[in-house]
Write a protein that binds this ligand. Structure first.
Ligand SMILES: NC(=O)c1ccc[n+]([C@@H]2O[C@H](COP(=O)([O-])OP(=O)(O)OC[C@H]3O[C@@H](n4cnc5c(N)ncnc54)[C@H](O)[C@@H]3O)[C@@H](O)[C@H]2O)c1
Length: 288
């Protein structure tokens, strides 16, 4: 398969301060790609990577709240000024219905931040990327991080799953840009990944992970992200599921077979769903 190396290219990775996106930053950099991380902060392992980055391929950090469109635009401006127009954009920042943005723990004042971070940000980043590629008159790749949650769903995390289904379909909607404009918009949809997402804030979400679920390392997802970024055989509009143990599969828009076997999601333990029903029973009693 023909491959476009990332060597000497320029990438913007949001959420690159942690987890899967950080593993992708690391892999891009070790393949000679210059990277700008847009994130609220860097975890210690990300700080270490930034400080050790070689001079041949840079890693820069621009503090960015991706829910603020002016900050997202400033991330692109910073990249263009410091390194040049990006060739690769990965809007990887995402949240998994933390207690402060959760369908079941809603308040009367806060909006659904999950939608701002998991939907509005990758959509706006795609628009900014297209503008930047065209202005620089060069081809480009936007590689999204979806989730197998975009195919399956759960009562305990309904918004998260819906945001990822949105990304799958949004990416498909961009397919035509590949042949006509030289811009590939694609997505990787991982299964259950051992990243800080699961272990910070409200760790009770770990209750949904069962003994038979398979943890995938962020580095394995980074390899899939790199393959999809480099190889034009992954045409625009493609969503590639990555369910661990080297298994990948194209997610079809019609009559898709669905994720096979273990590693497809945190699916073995339904106790969080029972917690939701218990909470709803209390609400029902409170109304009597
Ligand atoms: N961990 C999994 O099991 C899993 C599975 C499938 C898909 N994903 C997706 O992968 C992506 C990366 O998740 P991860 O598991 O590496 O999580 P993570 O928590 O390790 O990293 C997420 C990063 O996003 C950043 N972020 C969050 N809100 C932000 C904001 N407003 N502005 C800027 N940055 C912000 C965080 O600071 C963090 O660095 C997400 O889109 C997630 O939905 C994760």
């Amino acid at each position: 398969m023909a491959s476009n190396s990332v060597q000497g290219k320029i990438a913007i990775v949001t959420g690159g301060g942690s987890g899967i996106s950080l593993a992708f930053v690391d892999l891009l950099h070790s393949n000679g790609c210059n990277v700008v991380i847009g994130d609220l902060q860097l975890r210690p392992e990300a700080e270490e990577l930034v400080s050790k980055a070689s001079k041949d391929a840079k890693i820069l950090f621009k503090k960015t709240d991706v829910t603020k469109w002016d900050e997202l635009a400033a991330l692109f401006e910073f990249t263009e000024k410091e390194l040049g127009a990006p060739d690769i954009v990965c809007p990887g920042a995402g949240i998994f219905e933390p207690s402060w943005s959760n369908f079941w723990d809603d308040t009367e004042t806060n909006g659904y931040k999950t939608v701002d971070i998991n939907v509005n940000h990758p959509v706006k980043a795609t628009r900014l990327a297209i503008r930047s590629f065209l202005k620089a008159n060069k081809p480009g790749v936007v590689v999204h991080i979806s989730s197998i949650g975009g195919q399956t769903t759960r009562l305990s995390v309904p918004i998260y799953c819906a945001t990822k289904a949105f990304i799958n379909h949004f990416v498909r909607g961009m397919a035509e840009l590949d042949e006509r404009e030289g811009i590939r918009v694609v997505a990787v949809a991982p299964g259950l990944v051992r990243s800080p997402l699961w272990f910070k804030e409200n760790p009770e979400k770990l209750k949904s992970v069962g003994e038979n679920d398979l943890w995938i390392e962020p580095s394995e997802i980074a390899e899939v992200l790199l393959a999809v970024t480099q190889d034009p055989a992954y045409k625009g509009g493609t969503v590639i599921e990555a369910s661990g143990q080297g298994r990948t599969r194209r997610v079809e828009v019609f009559n898709d077979a669905g994720p096979p076997g273990i590693g497809h999601a945190a699916g073995a333990n339904m106790s969080l769903e029972e917690d939701v029903h218990a909470m709803l029973a209390k609400e029902r009693r409170a109304k009597l």
